[in-house]
Each structure stands twice: as C-alpha cells, then as structure tokens.
Design a protein around this ligand. Sequence first.
Ligand code: GLA
Length: 390
Amino acid sequence: MNPRETAMQAFQTRFSQAPLYVARAPGRVNLLGEHVDYNDGFVLPAAIDRATYVAFSPSPSDRTTLVAADFGEEAQFSAATLAGKTQPDGSPLPEWALYPAGTAWALGEAGLSTPAMLATFCSDIPRGSGLSSSASIEMAFGVAWSKLGGWSRTPMQLALLGQKAENRYVGVNCGIMDQFASACGEAERLMLLDCRSLEYRSLPLPEATVIVVADTTVRRKLTSGEYNDRRAACEEAVRLLKLNMPEIKSLRDVSPEDFNRLSRTLPATVEKRARHVVEEIERTRQAIPLLEQGKTDEFGRLMNACHISLRDLYEVSVPELDTMVEIAQPLPGCFGARLTGGGFGGCTVNLVASAQAEAFARALGPEYERRTSLHPEIYICQASQGAGLL
Ligand code: GLA
C-alpha cells in the first residue's frame, strides 16, 4: 500500500469515517550548495517523489488528534496546551508530534487560524535519512491548516513558517532550504534559491540525466548539536573577519580571494568550516552557467569537490557516505556523487546518465553491501511538485 492509502485507511480505522482531505508534501535532495543556506548562500535542491501524506478533517472538539500511521502512535493537543508542548492529560508531546504541533504554533504566532483537526499521516521518506522528512511533515500540515483555516499564503511564506516551527519549537537551528524545496519544488526541475534575497527560479535537469539517491542506511545521531556547532563556527568566522572587513554581513560577502588573504587570522577549526562555506558558495555560482550551457561533466566535478569539502573541511561525512561516493564516482555514466543534506549519515545524491542509471544502481548497491555489510536502498528519483492539497 502506498503512503497516501495508508494515511487514508488509518483515518478510517481510527475515526470511523473517511477523511475529507489529503495534503501531500515531498522530501528533497540537494545537488549543490550544502551548509550554505544559513550563510546567505545559494542552494540547488529538487523536491523528490517521496512525500508525507496527511489525511484530515475538522475536529468535532477543540482538540487536534494526530495519528502517526507509520508507527501507530497517537498524540493530542489543544490551543491551551500547544505552547507548553504538552497533551491535554499533561504528558509531554512525543518527539514526532513536535513537527505538526510546531507548525500549528508558528502559524498561530503569525495570526493564522489553525482549527482543531483529526489527522493521520504517513510518509515514504525514511526518517533521519537526510531527505527532509521533518520539513515535509511541516509543509503537509501547513497546507492542511490553510485549508481548514480558510487562508492562503505563498509557498515561500509557508516555508518560512515551517522553518520558524523547526527553529523555535522543535529546537533545530536549520536554514530555509528544506522547507523551501518541499513547498516550492517543481516537477522535473531543479530549484535555485538565493538564501539572502529568497528569490528563486527553476532550472531543467541536465539533459539525459537522472538523479539517483543512495541511502547508506546509517542514521543521524546527536546531530542537532553538531549542526548548531557548525553554525556557531560560521558566525565566529564572520565576527573575526569583520575586524578586517567591517562591511560583511555573512560569509556570502567574502570572496575566495579575501578569504585566502585573511584566513591566517582565524583559529584552525573555524578556518576550515568557513573555507568550506566560502568555496561552496563559489562552486554554486560557477555551477549555474555550467548547467545552463549543458556542461554536465563540469557540473558533476563540482558535486565531487563538494563532497571532499564536506568530508575534510566541514567534517560532516561518515565512512559509509564516503564509501558510497567512492564506489559511485568511477562507475560508467556517473557525472557526480556526494553526500546530500546535513550529513552524519543518510543519503548520497548521484547525477547519472539516464541510459546508464539502471546499471549504475545495480552495481552500486551490491558493492556497497560487500564493503560495509549494510543493505542500502538505491533508487532513481523524479523531481516532483511541491506541497499541496490532493
Ligand atoms: C539540513 C538543514 C538545512 C541545510 C542542510 C545542509 O538539511 O535543515 O537547512 O542547512 O542541512 O545544507
């Protein structure tokens, strides 16, 4: 059964009626521009054909009842218990419920109506796999509340509210990329976002290529600490670089030349983190004309360089991600391979010639399994439409 049907059937089972509506919001994969969204850089994600589905109807009471159909758990909240992150019986909201509850909280803070609902949700985005399952939950519930509340916001406004939920309610200091991709994605397109101005446009995938996602099956652990730590290093770099370049606001404003000139003024770890960001922003700047001119080989080389930088400078890779990339890069038809998302486990993204994609996937999986004894999931993915009501 697909996740949409699972969500609908779980609704019928739990509430003894069919849901009135179903909302869908996809996960994302990022091709280039990693760990730069919170440094005002450029990102190049695509929404993928894996998504969270929310089956929902208005609630007859003042309580929202949420059922996570994937793992059969239930939670409730009301307007009175929302800010305290508790359920009406006083128990804390379970971790998984913080994403929908946080979305309700952020929408409420923005003055938007979030009527109580009955909802079941289900997703085929593996949790903790670096494909933004949490952003997809936030965006799917954002769409659901906009329907029940009778208001409308642009996809970008919804993305910003989802980011606020994640930053202020869930407590992860993420950037805007994941919610943006989930809300604004377009079928068969890459989405280019300037994280400073929030202007975006879509680009076609390079001709005759597909995106292959390879899940190492290693799951992130304790990453919000590592993530916030990387952000802090970037902020520290800006503070120190300002002593010589008072005009800068973020690492976006530092060219590779300026950085090389001033890198001696930074402590070693801060220097490595900031160098990744400055060079990654430069890579994304170079990537756009390459994509537009069909120079897929060169674009792929930038993806490969990004992986090395994430591994050696930003230090967010793990051996299994490195192994997956190492096997993928020399395979026939592979233009580029690198870890995607925050790191510390999860998936790699591979840009592969369409004609060779099946053979690529068939070669990559078994060799990874031979080297790691882990059973990976490799799939050819379609860039998909962003969040909406079905
Ligand atoms: C996570 C965050 C994003 C972004 C990426 C790294 O997915 O949620 O905002 O920072 O890591 O590029």
